[in-house]
Design a protein around this ligand. Structure first.
Ligand SMILES: Nc1ncnc2c1ncn2[C@@H]1O[C@H](COP(=O)(O)OP(=O)(O)OP(=O)(O)O)[C@@H](O)[C@H]1O
Length: 609
């Protein structure tokens, strides 16, 4: 019983932390407010009833401009000047490339109140807890690595971008930003590994936006050409993550004249085509939809200067690698060296690093914290729960949270399950038992997926039951608790899942239900927890000791895993021209420690776009 009380206490503390300054400033509902109950529709009836309200305008790329008040015609977008973006090269008529016009009528992604003035005074209270990141060891390797900076003022970013950084209330760069931004601004290719929630999105967006703002005007193909030619491509594995990166990039590029467009599956392609035709500098996309656009010859990659792969290890695993190779190697994208390539993730198995090196030229490897480690900000608990007891155990947890006033918008709970059917069934059961829940997985329509996320974020359904489709990248404020109802097979998936809480310096709680079916995860899980200074239960240590070495999990063969450039490991070094010079701070040694080979199995690739 005492354990359960402590879960609830932890969740309560976490919720209290998550409430801090921001709720005061936006008038958000407090932790004890009752959430608005959404009308529950059982999964089997969902396609027959139109119970889900239609997606609001901001959900789609094309409709987002419909809110701009720029007038009735869809063609009267804020930047229908094809000379500037995506089409027809030559004269910009806007004071040169560096003097890009601000998009008139551009929707303010910061809301009605721009708040630039206010931003400075509020920054210190609403920002990230940087102290939490100060001790993180950083390692770089590569040729002539550009030195890190300690604040944004030291970085030579374009002026309009600096203003938007203030609008975002980013006071100081996070560690990954301090290192990665100067490396990218120096024009270097980069493979970067940093913990979940540590600000990787801005780390690749800032150099791209700044580079486009200050770089030479591109000579785009003639206006008659059907294909649009973005200058930068950002690929991510899921639709929701692509949408999120698009939203972030739009904030960072607000009023800079840099146009960001998103394209992802499950949404009408015609809307996305229309948006692309208005001009695009940065294209954010999921691989499947991009291949479709390339095959229709509606997008050309010939002018790509920047390529960023977010969740790069996922993008290069067996599920996605063929599509990524097609996009990057078999279409018209400039080769490594002629473009700048940035790969980011919180996990980067060596096998994938080796694959990824095909896309890079004389790159810098950057590890902030150990590769694949979880952040200390997340309190991790593992409970021994038999398969048949999982539901009642979850119910106990949720009741304890409720009893402690941990619920509502400020304390969202994300529950991961293995299968889509399992997700629907658990959601149904939770709702029947008085816990408003919704679900996100690959069998739901895109509209349903987006509605589920909105409902979760708003606190209307403070529990989201998800498959791995929600495991990576999603930055949902106020996720106080991640429950691994079904543990994943791969420890890296666990790292990403629990990383949906404890983000941007805030604390979070992660609870996992473990039983005999998860024995292959015992050792990597106990290693990971130990490394993150978590309490490892004695029974888990016994499971770990019993489990065979060299299993399918990469870490199961090694006592220690670390942030390592695979080029430092002689067994991976193909004797090529990779020269590098290691550079580390924070004091961890040079031993490798990823055991076993292969290991990254197909997992739950069906859940991915
Ligand atoms: N310099 C900064 N100051 C304050 N907040 C920041 C800063 N940089 C990023 N953030 C915020 O931190 C949160 C996490 O950032 P982001 O989503 O980029 O993390 P990530 O490292 O990509 O995580 P993941 O590995 O889960 O994809 C976001 O809400 C973002 O707005």
């Amino acid at each position: 019983m005492s354990t359960r009380t402590s879960w609830a206490d932890l969740a309560a503390n976490s919720a209290a932390e998550n409430v801090d300054g921001s709720s005061a400033s936006n008038g958000a509902v407090g932790a004890t407010s009752a959430p608005t109950r959404a009308a529950y529709v059982p999964p089997h009836l969902r396609n027959r009833q139109s119970s889900d309200p239609p997606a609001p305008a901001q959900s789609g790329p094309a409709t987002s401009y419909d809110r701009s008040g720029s007038g009735g015609s869809r063609w009267a977008g804020p930047r229908n000047d094809y000379n500037r973006s995506g089409y027809a090269g030559g004269g910009r008529g806007v004071g040169g490339w560096g003097g890009r016009a601000r998009g008139r009528g551009e929707v303010n992604p910061f809301g009605e109140d721009d708040g630039t003035e206010q931003a400075f005074s509020e920054q210190e209270t609403t920002g990230i807890n940087f102290d939490a990141y100060e001790d993180i060891p950083v390692e770089t390797s590569g040729d002539n690595v550009p030195p890190p900076v300690s604040n944004f003022a030291e970085i030579d970013l374009a002026e309009g971008l600096n203003l938007n950084i203030q609008r975002c209330k980013y006071v100081r760069p996070t560690p990954v930003q301090r290192h990665a931004i100067p490396i990218s601004l120096a024009g270097r290719d980069l493979m970067a590994c940093a913990q979940t929630g540590s600000g990787k999105t801005a780390a690749f967006c800032f150099p791209i936006i700044s580079g486009i703002m200050t770089g030479e005007a591109p000579q785009r193909p003639s206006r008659g050409a059907r294909a649009v030619c973005p200058l930068a491509l950002i690929l991510s594995p899921t639709r929701e993550l692509s949408m999120q990166i698009h939203e972030e990039a739009r904030k960072f590029s607000y009023q800079t004249g840099v146009k960001v467009v998103v394209a992802y599956g499950g949404a009408p392609i015609n809307q996305q085509l229309r948006e692309l035709e208005r001009g695009v500098d940065i294209l954010v996309a999921t691989p499947g939809r991009l291949v479709d656009l390339l095959e229709r010859a509606r997008v050309s990659l010939q002018m790509i200067r920047y390529l960023a792969l977010d969740e790069a290890d996922r993008m290069l695993d067996m599920g996605f690698e063929p599509q990524i190779r097609k996009i990057v190697e078999q279409m018209d994208m400039p080769p490594p060296g002629a473009r700048q390539t940035m790969l980011f993730s919180a996990t980067f198995p060596k096998e994938i690093q080796r694959l990824a090196s095909d896309f890079l030229s004389n790159y810098v490897f950057l590890a902030v914290g150990r590769v694949g480690s979880s952040t200390d900000l997340i309190v991790q608990r593992v409970e021994l729960v038999h398969e048949s007891d999982k539901r009642s155990h979850l119910m106990d947890l949720l009741h304890a949270q409720r009893a402690n006033g941990v619920q509502g918008k400020q304390a969202l709970t994300l529950v991961f399950v293995e299968t889509k059917k399992g997700a629907d069934s658990l959601e149904h059961w939770l709702c029947m038992n008085g816990f408003p829940a919704t679900t996100i997985h690959g069998d739901r329509s895109q509209q349903e997926r987006e509605q589920a996320l909105r409902s979760f974020k708003s606190g209307a359904t403070p529990i989201l039951v998800a498959t791995d489709v929600a495991a990576r990248g999603l930055d949902i404020p106020h996720v106080a608790h991640v429950v691994n109802f079904d543990l994943p097979n791969d420890i890296d998936d666990y790292v990403h899942r629990i990383g949906r809480t404890g983000r941007a310096g805030k604390t979070g709680l992660a609870t996992a239900f473990f039983n005999d079916n998860n024995s292959s995860l015992a050792r990597p899980l106990s290693d990971l927890m130990q490394e993150a200074n978590q309490e490892v239960p004695a029974w888990l240590a016994r499971f770990a000791a019993r489990s065979s070495f060299g299993g399918r999990n990469r870490r199961s063969g090694g006592g220690r895993f670390g942030g390592r450039d695979f080029r430092r490991d002689s067994s991976f070094n193909r004797g090529g021209s990779d020269n590098y010079y290691g550079n580390s701070s924070g004091g961890y040694g040079a031993s490798g420690g990823y055991g076993g080979g292969g290991g990254y199995g197909p997992g739950v690739t069906s859940a991915w776009d």
